[in-house]
Design a protein around this ligand. Structure first.
Ligand SMILES: [Zn+2]
Ligand SMILES: [Zn+2]
Length: 272
């Protein structure tokens, strides 16, 4: 009950903050402030369901992966990992945090890019289905998409020797940053536009317009899109159309949960 209350308070506070930001700095001023009832209702169910149920399974999955990896590890290495006496852990905390963000985002970039491939796309299509991109649309994520991303990202970072506590703080930070990325604001962070992922950067990722397809996969550091040839951020143009191009996503929460299993073999315009 306490968890539900916290989520409700967070929803109210964030609604006020983003209501103001989206009013003052709208990227698409014509976009409705309140989406159609079914779309908004669906995202509100994601808002509560993901932290309450999906994240518990995500944590459990990371635990299982770590135990399996640990069992396959030589005894000396096990002792080193258990005492956190690794090369990484011996470094100062600021350097560790920087390395974790860079490596975590590198993994996130390739996972996200994989979800745009034919096999995983039906799970990720759910996230791309909102035709109006605002801060709350960020939470529209199929649990399989959420689990696979978290399992791989968190397990690799912990196995490499980063502090589990630091990793446990880093992953929610990315989710929180994602709220800003999806907000209907036009910011591109000026001189930092190639350094930090911005709302304008991520709007181009969500557009159904041809120029933006399979662009801007990074969740925090656009350098990976620049390095791997997927960066797209024109200075004076903003995308106008969002959502899926040639497939129709049901609006209801439970229909969206089932959608990937009905469409696993579907081809997609998002195939990389
Ligand atoms: Zn995507
Ligand atoms: Zn997104």
């Amino acid at each position: 009950m306490q968890r539900i209350t916290s989520l409700f308070i967070a929803l109210l506070v964030l609604s006020c903050i983003f209501w103001l930001l989206e009013l003052l700095f709208a990227a698409n001023p014509a976009q409705p402030r309140l989406r159609n009832r079914l779309g908004l209702g669906t995202d509100l169910i994601y808002w509560f369901m993901t932290p309450l149920f999906a994240r518990a399974i995500a944590r459990f999955g990371v635990g299982v992966i770590l135990v399996l990896v640990y069992r396959q590890t030589p005894t000396e290495l096990q002792a080193m990992l258990a005492s956190r006496d690794t090369l990484l852990a011996r470094q100062g905390l600021p350097l560790q945090a920087l390395e974790m963000v860079v490596l975590g985002d590198f993994i996130g970039y390739w996972l996200h890019r994989s979800f745009h491939g034919r096999g995983l796309w039906p799970f990720h299509a759910v996230h791309h289905s909102s035709v109006h991109l605002d801060w709350l649309s960020s939470v529209r994520l199929h649990p399989v998409n959420d689990w696979l991303t978290r399992w791989v990202q968190a397990s690799v970072l912990v196995v490499l020797g980063f502090s589990p506590l630091a990793v446990a703080a880093y992953v929610p930070f990315l989710s929180f940053y994602a709220l800003l990325l999806h907000a209907n604001v036009s910011w591109d962070f000026g001189p930092l536009r190639t350094v930090l992922a911005s709302p304008r950067f991520h709007r181009w990722h969500h557009t159904s317009e041809a120029e933006g397809l399979n662009r801007n996969f990074a969740g925090f550091l656009p350098v990976f899109d620049i390095l791997f040839g997927t960066w797209y951020l024109p200075r004076d143009v903003l995308p106008q159309h969002f959502g899926l191009d040639n497939e129709t996503m049901p609006e209801g929460f439970f229909a969206q949960m089932l959608y990937p299993f009905r469409r696993v073999s579907a081809s997609s315009q998002h195939k990389v």
